[in-house]
Design a binder for this molecule. Structure first.
Ligand code: FAD
Ligand code: NAI
Length: 463
């Protein structure tokens, strides 16, 4: 064998797994079909979208908030080319960072399409063709955008998130199909930059997979920010002619027709196994095209594992990373554990949205008796000082034991605050445990303490 481990795919699942394998003394190789490492997340996902969200947020503040702060800068102008160039600079810095980490950890990088020859051999087809053998092989090939049957994504006017992060101009009217995470994040970017944004969502609410209170509050805020929401509408057709895109959708009250200059299709992502030739190694896929794994992330072929977006579960970078670390440690004979209940979900709009643990709907369905503690940001000093008063923190705790079962937040920087709850829940804290921790004042995290107090015999101090 050339290697102890070969990893196919260099996203947050693959590259993190490679580093952990190398740390544990395994001779490791990583195969990536693109010239840059980092996968969807670093190249066309988490990082560039957050760079664009940050730029558009700054512009939005300059237009809508600076004068209230007593700062007059005249009318701010957008240099969209520079905004996109800065985003690319951020991406380049991050992907080069991964390249550096591969070298630092003495991981061999192969550039080219990886495909199985057999259960121990991977062919890499790049500028040159190589065949490498590994004792263990880890599939970390990620995911790609899905579409709706009958709709052709031309990548010019009918686009996915990848093209939406590379546009040459700010759309006049962006029609977004899907009110999920991508729809709201990229919809927010262009709405803040002045585009008219219409979201067409099949479900009766946006962010349908999160606690229902979040979608409700976010819907209110998005409308206030100027976005148009067409909920409960199933898209029936999308056509592009010249610079015009026409979208038709069917709702309870009949059909609507929207015309715009771009249509972003953001209806989920699907596992990516094209060209992998998993069958040549005998690896089974499930009915949704995902690589089938057991609770140890092992496929039906004992020396082949799979992690991240290509297997079941949330399609999130941090979930992929945890799985990458877990597989490496299992190969080293350790007994790692992933608590899938505590994988936080975050939407980087403004206000941000975050949730961890069980939703209220899940608790109801499971017949668990629970109590709710909720605290609004409008009563939080730090939020008021920053004029970020939309949203709340909601904590769900077991009615009998007071153990925290879930937390759902919408508000300023809740993306960072959710980890506090995840940590507490990992140690099986009660709401009162959180309420008794001294929180610095003034911080937005005090809203968490207040929500925990509210869940504990309704003892919130400031509401
Ligand atoms: P990927 O990152 O998809 O990496 C897989 C890699 O494998 C790719 O580089 C691909 O080229 C390579 N590959 C595939 N097949 C082969 C082959 N046969 N041979 C060689 N190489 C191959 N998640 C978050 O947690 N937070 C966010 O803020 C966030 N924002 C996102 C924004 C957008 C616009 C998108 C699209 C996604 C976002 N995600 C976010 C999701 C996140 O990007 C994914 O969950 C994550 O990248 C999955 O990691 P992965 O390692 O499983 O796969
Ligand atoms: P998503 O699953 O979040 O949302 C897709 C939405 O499209 C759903 O609400 C669904 O009801 C709707 N939809 C499906 N078919 C439709 C139709 N025919 N008409 C109208 N609406 C329809 O998927 P999204 O936003 O594409 O994101 C893909 C993945 O990327 C997600 O799994 C997400 O976890 C990940 N991601 C994570 C981010 C983060 O963590 N901040 C940011 C961006 C993406």
């Amino acid at each position: 064998m050339n290697y102890d481990v070969i990893i196919i795919g260099s996203g947050p699942g693959g590259y993190v797994c490679a580093i952990r394998c190398a740390q544990l003394g395994m001779k490791t190789a990583i195969v990536e079909k693109y010239n840059t490492l980092g996968g969807t997340c670093l190249n066309v996902g988490c990082i560039p979208s957050k760079a664009m969200l940050d730029s558009s947020h700054q512009y939005h503040d300059a237009v809508h908030k600076f004068s209230d702060h007593g700062i007059n800068i005249g009318t701010p102008k957008i240099d969209f080319k520079q905004m996109v160039a800065r985003k690319q600079g951020v991406v380049d810095q991050m992907t080069k960072g991964v390249e550096f980490l591969m070298k630092k950890n003495k991981i061999d990088t192969y550039t080219g399409m990886g495909s199985f020859i057999d259960a121990n051999t991977v062919q890499v087809k790049g500028e040159k063709t190589a065949e490498i053998k590994g004792k263990n092989i880890i599939i970390a090939t990620g995911s790609k955008p899905s579409s709706i049957p009958g709709i052709e994504i031309d990548k010019k006017r009918i686009i996915t998130s990848t093209e939406a992060l590379e546009l040459k101009e700010i759309p006049k009217h962006l029609i977004v199909i899907g009110g999920g995470v991508i729809g709201l994040e990229l919809g927010s970017v262009y709405s803040r930059l002045g585009a008219e944004v219409s979201i067409v969502e099949y479900a009766p609410s946006i962010l349908a997979s999160m606690d229902a209170s979040l979608g409700k509050e976010m819907g209110r805020v998005m409308k206030k920010q100027g976005m148009k929401l067409h909920l409960g509408h199933k898209v029936t057709g999308v056509t592009a002619k010249g610079k015009t895109v026409t979208v038709t959708a069917e709702g309870k009250k009949g059909e609507i027709t929207l015309e715009g200059d771009y249509c972003l299709v953001a209806v989920g992502r699907k596992p990516h196994t094209t060209g992998l030739h998993a069958d040549k190694a005998g690896v089974k896929l499930d009915d949704r095209g995902r690589v089938e794994v057991n609770e140890h992330l092992q496929t039906n072929i004992p020396n082949i594992y799979a992690i991240g977006d290509v297997v079941k579960g949330a399609m999130l970078a941090h979930k992929a990373e945890e799985e990458g670390v877990a597989v490496a440690e299992m190969l080293a004979g350790q007994k790692p554990h992933i608590n899938y209940n505590l994988v936080p979900g975050v939407v980087y709009t403004w206000p941000e949205v975050a949730g961890v643990g069980q939703t209220e709907e899940q608790l109801k369905e499971a017949g668990v008796t629970y109590k709710v503690g909720q605290f609004p940001f409008r009563a939080n000093g730090r939020a008021v000082a920053g004029m970020d008063i939309d949203g709340f923190v909601k904590i769900l705790a077991d009615a009998e034991t007071d153990e925290v079962l879930g937390a759902h937040m919408i508000g300023p920087r809740v993306a960072d605050m959710i980890t506090q709850i995840a940590t507490a829940m990992e140690f099986r804290a009660s709401a009162e445990d959180i309420a008794r921790v001294c929180h610095a004042h003034p911080t937005t995290s005090e809203a968490t303490k207040e929500a925990a107090l509210a869940a504990t015999e309704n003892r919130a101090i400031h509401s």
